[in-house]
Design a protein around this ligand. Sequence first.
Ligand SMILES: Cc1cc2nc3c(=O)[nH]c(=O)nc-3n(C[C@H](O)[C@H](O)[C@H](O)COP(=O)(O)OP(=O)(O)OC[C@H]3O[C@@H](n4cnc5c(N)ncnc54)[C@H](O)[C@@H]3O)c2cc1C
Length: 483
Amino acid sequence: MWVLVLVSLPLIVVTFFSRKLLPIITWVVFLAVVLFCNPSHQDFRFDMTIKRISRHRNWPSTFDMPEGHYHEPLSETELVDFLKHNARSLRVMGGMESYSPLIHSATVLNIKHLNRVKHYNGSHIRCEAGMTIKEVQDYLANYRQSLRGIGTYLDTTLGGAFSTSFSGRFQTSFSDHVTWARTLNAVGTSIEWIDDLFYLRDSMGMLGIVVEMELQVFPNRDYEIFYKQRDIGWTEPADGFQMNTHLYASQGEAATYRLLPGPPEFVNRQGSYWVMSEIYDFIYTPISYFIPIHWIGQPDARQTIRQLSTNDVPYFGLTYLNYRIPVEFCKAFLNEMEDQDGLVRVKYLPPKQACLAHHQSVCEVEIHIPNHKYIIQYESLVRKYGGYSHWGGYYEGNITKQIESFDCYVEFEKLRKKHDPTGRFLNNYLKGVPGAQYYWRSAGRVYVYCIVLALFVIVTIFSYWKQHITVCGRGRTLRKFKT
Ligand SMILES: Cc1cc2nc3c(=O)[nH]c(=O)nc-3n(C[C@H](O)[C@H](O)[C@H](O)COP(=O)(O)OP(=O)(O)OC[C@H]3O[C@@H](n4cnc5c(N)ncnc54)[C@H](O)[C@@H]3O)c2cc1C
């Protein structure tokens, strides 16, 4: 956006010197709208890539938090005290990156001060669960080691990644690599998880507050990438796979990753795409909300920054849907989805050892769309093909129906009641209370933005054109403009 501001600076200066009221007002209104009414977010900050963890709004700006009680325990002892000495319902926040209102609660605990590495032995690392993935990766970088199954944004916390369906483009999920965990139950008692990890993985904090976990670590690896146009639904063993396509296509550009034996020469973990996000927020999203523009250019899977884990282009303005579909139905599912503009990413994941996850190979269909009108249809299609939605993805229906659809649900529920008999770790969304989705819809902002933009373009062109005629009509002698 700053590039756009710099480019338009001469135009703004000329307008203000012209002292013509209408173009000046048009510019002021336009700049105010761009500043305070980002059509794709509630958040009006320019650079959406800036890390911002706020307790008032989740990271992707899909919902606001209710006013209430916010607590940052400085130690585990303080956290235990808090659990013991009040009976409030509460949710624990991680990086607040989930699109679904998993954290929506009047009482929120932020365990960011539980952020120490407890033990590292070359093959495993034991950490407190309030650490971010970036903090752990920075620690491991000293030993040329890395976590696996990590996603795009490294500000995700260990507790948050472990409790949702977090994964990256390599064919493994984050919680697959957790070998031990410790939680606090509803009354602050410490519980260790080894054999029962099957239930704790991807459980959205319903079984207790994860305070510590042990993770496998892996040597840093360089990798080779092969790019090819492939049919949607293509599968072949690979270390990592990502196809970028759209809902109108039957093919996409696929990047296949193969890990190499040696460590990489150069690892850059965080790319900067700040101009991209503004283009998506202010140009692509508002236009593609109304008319399909995918034909202008197909998204490119090629990326130049080398990174062991993953890197990504942030399509911030677009809603993040993420479905896991049994691999044999991947193509049928995509073909049956209602077409609309947006980016579709297809990845593959093997079966998982987790109750609330896939127990067969799945294709992960990640959809970033500006327009929300088909989401309920997509969700019933996911059910039809035996899939489920990423717990942190945008979900409009009643999420308890999805939770109950897992075969192990009865045992899961027994365990949940054992550790939390009063349901204090549930919020209305996880209880399936009707209307508990609290989602923000972008339509109003898109309309305001498009109307203001259209008026701005018309008035600006008209006034400069008139100005040009006047200048030309006076034999190119510059005229002093009056209001
Ligand atoms: C721009 C963007 C890109 C994304 N890219 C990816 C991607 O590449 N791959 C992917 O899989 N997902 C992705 N996501 C989704 C998101 O990162 C995941 O949902 C992630 O797991 C959320 O982690 P978090 O730390 O932000 O947790 P939060 O969203 O804060 O919390 C998630 C859940 O975990 C629970 N929780 C958090 N900490 C604890 C704890 N200590 N104990 C018990 N429960 C806890 C919370 O109560 C909540 O139920 C992306 C999101 C955004 C905004």
